[in-house]
Design a protein around this ligand. Structure first.
Ligand code: NDP
Length: 246
Protein backbone atom coordinates (compact mmCIF):
# COMPACT_ATOMS: atom_id res chain seq x y z
CA UNK A 1 0.00 0.00 0.00
CA UNK A 2 1.18 3.52 -0.80
CA UNK A 3 1.49 5.75 2.23
CA UNK A 4 0.85 9.12 0.61
CA UNK A 5 -1.97 11.18 2.08
CA UNK A 6 -3.60 12.30 -1.15
CA UNK A 7 -7.27 11.55 -1.67
CA UNK A 8 -8.19 8.79 -4.08
CA UNK A 9 -10.64 8.91 -6.99
CA UNK A 10 -12.12 6.01 -8.96
CA UNK A 11 -13.18 6.87 -12.52
CA UNK A 12 -15.19 4.20 -14.35
CA UNK A 13 -14.72 3.95 -18.11
CA UNK A 14 -11.45 5.87 -17.97
CA UNK A 15 -9.79 4.27 -20.99
CA UNK A 16 -10.94 6.96 -23.44
CA UNK A 17 -13.20 9.94 -24.05
CA UNK A 18 -14.63 11.91 -21.15
CA UNK A 19 -13.52 9.39 -18.51
CA UNK A 20 -9.89 9.59 -19.64
CA UNK A 21 -10.01 13.42 -19.49
CA UNK A 22 -11.56 13.28 -16.00
CA UNK A 23 -8.90 10.86 -14.75
CA UNK A 24 -6.10 13.00 -16.12
CA UNK A 25 -7.61 16.16 -14.65
CA UNK A 26 -8.20 14.66 -11.18
CA UNK A 27 -4.62 13.36 -11.16
CA UNK A 28 -3.43 16.88 -11.98
CA UNK A 29 -5.62 18.14 -9.12
CA UNK A 30 -3.63 15.87 -6.79
CA UNK A 31 -5.86 12.80 -6.48
CA UNK A 32 -4.52 9.27 -6.69
CA UNK A 33 -6.62 7.82 -9.50
CA UNK A 34 -7.88 4.33 -10.15
CA UNK A 35 -8.60 4.04 -13.87
CA UNK A 36 -11.30 1.50 -14.57
CA UNK A 37 -11.78 0.06 -18.06
CA UNK A 38 -13.78 -2.78 -19.59
CA UNK A 39 -11.97 -3.78 -22.79
CA UNK A 40 -9.51 -0.96 -23.41
CA UNK A 41 -6.55 -2.25 -21.36
CA UNK A 42 -3.88 -0.75 -23.62
CA UNK A 43 -5.48 2.69 -23.64
CA UNK A 44 -5.97 2.67 -19.86
CA UNK A 45 -2.39 1.53 -19.28
CA UNK A 46 -1.01 4.21 -21.62
CA UNK A 47 -3.01 6.87 -19.79
CA UNK A 48 -1.79 5.65 -16.39
CA UNK A 49 1.83 5.84 -17.59
CA UNK A 50 1.24 9.37 -18.94
CA UNK A 51 -0.25 10.48 -15.61
CA UNK A 52 2.76 9.03 -13.77
CA UNK A 53 5.20 10.73 -16.17
CA UNK A 54 3.44 13.99 -15.34
CA UNK A 55 3.99 13.36 -11.62
CA UNK A 56 0.59 11.86 -10.72
CA UNK A 57 -0.40 8.51 -9.20
CA UNK A 58 -2.49 6.15 -11.29
CA UNK A 59 -3.41 2.45 -11.23
CA UNK A 60 -5.59 0.64 -13.77
CA UNK A 61 -8.26 -1.95 -12.97
CA UNK A 62 -10.34 -4.02 -15.38
CA UNK A 63 -13.99 -4.43 -14.38
CA UNK A 64 -17.26 -4.64 -16.23
CA UNK A 65 -19.47 -2.29 -14.21
CA UNK A 66 -22.52 -4.44 -14.97
CA UNK A 67 -21.07 -7.14 -12.65
CA UNK A 68 -21.57 -6.39 -8.94
CA UNK A 69 -18.76 -8.75 -7.88
CA UNK A 70 -16.34 -7.08 -10.28
CA UNK A 71 -17.37 -3.68 -8.92
CA UNK A 72 -16.74 -4.84 -5.34
CA UNK A 73 -13.26 -5.96 -6.44
CA UNK A 74 -12.72 -2.52 -7.97
CA UNK A 75 -13.24 -0.95 -4.57
CA UNK A 76 -10.92 -3.60 -3.06
CA UNK A 77 -8.31 -2.54 -5.63
CA UNK A 78 -8.64 1.13 -4.64
CA UNK A 79 -8.26 0.27 -0.97
CA UNK A 80 -5.28 -2.01 -1.64
CA UNK A 81 -3.49 0.48 -3.87
CA UNK A 82 -4.20 3.70 -2.00
CA UNK A 83 -5.71 2.84 1.41
CA UNK A 84 -9.29 3.96 0.72
CA UNK A 85 -11.59 5.79 -1.63
CA UNK A 86 -12.83 9.40 -1.49
CA UNK A 87 -14.27 10.18 -4.93
CA UNK A 88 -16.34 8.05 -7.29
CA UNK A 89 -16.97 9.23 -10.84
CA UNK A 90 -19.59 7.10 -12.59
CA UNK A 91 -18.60 7.73 -16.18
CA UNK A 92 -18.80 4.34 -17.95
CA UNK A 93 -21.67 4.41 -20.41
CA UNK A 94 -22.97 3.33 -23.79
CA UNK A 95 -25.28 4.98 -26.32
CA UNK A 96 -26.98 3.41 -29.32
CA UNK A 97 -29.65 5.38 -31.16
CA UNK A 98 -32.95 3.93 -32.32
CA UNK A 99 -36.62 4.85 -32.30
CA UNK A 100 -38.59 3.06 -29.61
CA UNK A 101 -40.45 1.24 -32.39
CA UNK A 102 -37.21 -0.21 -33.74
CA UNK A 103 -35.33 -0.73 -30.44
CA UNK A 104 -34.39 -4.38 -29.87
CA UNK A 105 -34.48 -6.15 -26.52
CA UNK A 106 -30.69 -6.33 -26.74
CA UNK A 107 -30.41 -2.55 -27.15
CA UNK A 108 -32.73 -1.96 -24.18
CA UNK A 109 -31.07 -4.56 -21.94
CA UNK A 110 -27.52 -3.38 -22.65
CA UNK A 111 -28.38 0.24 -21.78
CA UNK A 112 -30.07 -0.82 -18.56
CA UNK A 113 -27.11 -3.09 -17.71
CA UNK A 114 -24.31 -0.56 -18.26
CA UNK A 115 -25.86 2.87 -17.70
CA UNK A 116 -28.34 2.03 -14.95
CA UNK A 117 -27.27 -1.20 -13.22
CA UNK A 118 -23.60 -0.27 -13.66
CA UNK A 119 -24.22 3.04 -11.92
CA UNK A 120 -26.33 1.34 -9.24
CA UNK A 121 -23.56 -1.20 -8.59
CA UNK A 122 -20.94 1.46 -7.95
CA UNK A 123 -23.31 3.74 -6.00
CA UNK A 124 -24.26 0.89 -3.67
CA UNK A 125 -20.64 -0.01 -3.10
CA UNK A 126 -19.63 3.64 -2.63
CA UNK A 127 -22.41 4.35 -0.15
CA UNK A 128 -21.01 1.53 1.99
CA UNK A 129 -17.31 2.16 1.51
CA UNK A 130 -16.56 5.78 0.54
CA UNK A 131 -14.72 7.65 3.27
CA UNK A 132 -16.62 10.42 5.06
CA UNK A 133 -16.15 13.75 3.30
CA UNK A 134 -16.19 12.05 -0.10
CA UNK A 135 -17.74 13.04 -3.42
CA UNK A 136 -19.84 11.10 -5.89
CA UNK A 137 -20.28 12.40 -9.43
CA UNK A 138 -22.54 10.63 -11.92
CA UNK A 139 -22.50 11.28 -15.66
CA UNK A 140 -25.99 12.02 -16.92
CA UNK A 141 -26.80 13.69 -20.25
CA UNK A 142 -28.48 16.89 -21.42
CA UNK A 143 -30.71 14.58 -23.49
CA UNK A 144 -32.77 14.17 -20.32
CA UNK A 145 -33.85 17.74 -21.09
CA UNK A 146 -33.57 17.75 -24.89
CA UNK A 147 -35.62 14.55 -25.32
CA UNK A 148 -34.68 14.10 -28.98
CA UNK A 149 -36.15 11.27 -31.08
CA UNK A 150 -34.07 8.04 -31.17
CA UNK A 151 -32.50 8.75 -27.77
CA UNK A 152 -35.43 7.24 -25.81
CA UNK A 153 -33.77 4.27 -24.13
CA UNK A 154 -30.51 6.11 -23.49
CA UNK A 155 -32.25 9.19 -22.06
CA UNK A 156 -34.43 6.96 -19.87
CA UNK A 157 -31.36 5.38 -18.26
CA UNK A 158 -29.86 8.82 -17.62
CA UNK A 159 -33.13 10.12 -16.12
CA UNK A 160 -32.94 7.16 -13.74
CA UNK A 161 -29.35 8.06 -12.89
CA UNK A 162 -30.49 11.60 -12.05
CA UNK A 163 -33.22 10.22 -9.77
CA UNK A 164 -30.70 8.08 -7.89
CA UNK A 165 -28.37 11.08 -7.63
CA UNK A 166 -30.98 13.14 -5.77
CA UNK A 167 -32.01 10.28 -3.50
CA UNK A 168 -28.50 9.10 -2.59
CA UNK A 169 -27.56 12.68 -1.67
CA UNK A 170 -30.28 12.51 0.99
CA UNK A 171 -29.48 8.97 2.10
CA UNK A 172 -25.88 9.94 2.85
CA UNK A 173 -26.93 12.61 5.34
CA UNK A 174 -24.44 12.86 8.18
CA UNK A 175 -21.40 11.57 6.26
CA UNK A 176 -20.43 14.85 4.57
CA UNK A 177 -20.53 13.13 1.18
CA UNK A 178 -21.95 15.08 -1.78
CA UNK A 179 -23.70 13.37 -4.67
CA UNK A 180 -24.16 15.26 -7.92
CA UNK A 181 -24.54 14.60 -11.62
CA UNK A 182 -22.89 16.30 -14.56
CA UNK A 183 -25.00 16.31 -17.72
CA UNK A 184 -22.93 17.03 -20.85
CA UNK A 185 -24.34 18.01 -24.21
CA UNK A 186 -22.82 16.75 -27.47
CA UNK A 187 -19.15 16.07 -26.71
CA UNK A 188 -16.47 15.01 -29.19
CA UNK A 189 -15.89 11.37 -28.26
CA UNK A 190 -16.44 8.02 -29.97
CA UNK A 191 -19.76 7.62 -28.14
CA UNK A 192 -21.11 10.76 -29.81
CA UNK A 193 -19.29 10.71 -33.16
CA UNK A 194 -19.46 7.00 -34.12
CA UNK A 195 -21.99 6.38 -36.86
CA UNK A 196 -23.10 10.02 -37.28
CA UNK A 197 -22.87 11.61 -40.75
CA UNK A 198 -20.72 14.77 -40.76
CA UNK A 199 -23.76 17.01 -41.46
CA UNK A 200 -25.46 15.74 -38.30
CA UNK A 201 -22.30 16.34 -36.26
CA UNK A 202 -22.05 19.87 -37.73
CA UNK A 203 -25.70 20.63 -37.01
CA UNK A 204 -25.44 19.46 -33.40
CA UNK A 205 -22.17 21.36 -32.99
CA UNK A 206 -23.95 24.58 -34.02
CA UNK A 207 -27.04 23.94 -31.87
CA UNK A 208 -25.64 25.45 -28.67
CA UNK A 209 -25.22 29.24 -28.51
CA UNK A 210 -21.50 28.67 -28.02
CA UNK A 211 -21.54 26.96 -31.45
CA UNK A 212 -19.11 24.11 -30.94
CA UNK A 213 -19.02 20.57 -29.62
CA UNK A 214 -17.99 20.07 -26.02
CA UNK A 215 -14.51 18.63 -25.54
CA UNK A 216 -13.77 15.99 -22.88
CA UNK A 217 -11.71 18.61 -21.01
CA UNK A 218 -14.78 20.88 -20.73
CA UNK A 219 -16.56 18.13 -18.82
CA UNK A 220 -13.48 17.18 -16.79
CA UNK A 221 -13.30 20.80 -15.56
CA UNK A 222 -16.82 20.57 -14.14
CA UNK A 223 -16.09 17.23 -12.46
CA UNK A 224 -12.89 18.74 -11.05
CA UNK A 225 -14.93 21.57 -9.49
CA UNK A 226 -17.41 19.16 -7.91
CA UNK A 227 -14.65 16.85 -6.64
CA UNK A 228 -12.54 19.69 -5.25
CA UNK A 229 -12.76 22.06 -2.30
CA UNK A 230 -14.71 24.76 -4.17
CA UNK A 231 -17.56 22.36 -5.01
CA UNK A 232 -18.19 21.31 -1.43
CA UNK A 233 -21.49 23.14 -0.94
CA UNK A 234 -23.10 21.75 -4.13
CA UNK A 235 -25.11 18.63 -3.25
CA UNK A 236 -27.94 16.71 -4.89
CA UNK A 237 -27.73 18.74 -8.11
CA UNK A 238 -27.56 18.06 -11.82
CA UNK A 239 -25.10 20.41 -13.48
CA UNK A 240 -25.64 20.67 -17.24
CA UNK A 241 -22.43 21.45 -19.12
CA UNK A 242 -23.40 21.91 -22.75
CA UNK A 243 -22.61 25.37 -24.14
CA UNK A 244 -26.22 26.37 -23.56
CA UNK A 245 -27.96 23.86 -25.85
CA UNK A 246 -30.68 23.56 -23.17
P1 NDP B 1 -16.80 6.67 -24.90
O1 NDP B 1 -17.58 5.68 -25.68
O2 NDP B 1 -15.78 7.51 -25.57
O3 NDP B 1 -16.11 5.94 -23.65
C1 NDP B 1 -16.88 5.08 -22.86
C2 NDP B 1 -16.04 4.50 -21.75
O4 NDP B 1 -16.90 3.65 -20.96
C3 NDP B 1 -14.90 3.64 -22.25
O5 NDP B 1 -13.78 3.89 -21.43
C4 NDP B 1 -15.41 2.23 -22.04
O6 NDP B 1 -14.37 1.32 -21.67
C5 NDP B 1 -16.28 2.40 -20.82
N1 NDP B 1 -17.26 1.32 -20.67
C6 NDP B 1 -18.27 0.98 -21.51
N2 NDP B 1 -18.95 -0.08 -21.03
C7 NDP B 1 -18.35 -0.40 -19.86
C8 NDP B 1 -18.57 -1.41 -18.89
N3 NDP B 1 -19.57 -2.31 -19.03
N4 NDP B 1 -17.76 -1.46 -17.80
C9 NDP B 1 -16.77 -0.57 -17.65
N5 NDP B 1 -16.49 0.40 -18.54
C10 NDP B 1 -17.28 0.49 -19.63
O7 NDP B 1 -17.92 7.59 -24.18
P2 NDP B 1 -17.89 9.11 -23.63
O8 NDP B 1 -16.56 9.43 -23.09
O9 NDP B 1 -18.51 9.98 -24.63
O10 NDP B 1 -18.98 8.97 -22.46
C11 NDP B 1 -18.65 9.00 -21.08
C12 NDP B 1 -19.94 9.26 -20.30
O11 NDP B 1 -20.46 10.54 -20.67
C13 NDP B 1 -21.06 8.25 -20.57
O12 NDP B 1 -21.75 7.96 -19.38
C14 NDP B 1 -21.98 9.01 -21.54
O13 NDP B 1 -23.30 8.55 -21.47
C15 NDP B 1 -21.83 10.42 -21.01
N6 NDP B 1 -22.20 11.45 -21.99
C16 NDP B 1 -21.50 11.59 -23.16
C17 NDP B 1 -21.89 12.56 -24.08
C18 NDP B 1 -21.20 12.73 -25.40
O14 NDP B 1 -21.72 13.49 -26.24
N7 NDP B 1 -20.05 12.13 -25.62
C19 NDP B 1 -23.02 13.47 -23.81
C20 NDP B 1 -23.66 13.24 -22.55
C21 NDP B 1 -23.25 12.27 -21.68
P3 NDP B 1 -13.64 0.29 -22.71
O15 NDP B 1 -12.97 1.15 -23.74
O16 NDP B 1 -12.64 -0.38 -21.84
O17 NDP B 1 -14.69 -0.57 -23.28
Amino acid sequence: MHTNHAKTALVTGASRGIGAAIAERLARDGFNVLLNFAGGADDAEALARKIERDGGRAVTAQADVTDPAAVARLFDNAEAAFGGLDVLVNNAGIMKLETLAESSDALFDSHIAVNLKGTFNTLREASRRLRDGGRIINLSSSLVGLLMPTYGVYAATKAAVEAMTHILAKELRGRNITVNAVAPGPTATRLFLDGKPQEVVDRLAKAAPLERLGQPDDIAAVVSFLAGADGGWVNGQVLRANGGII
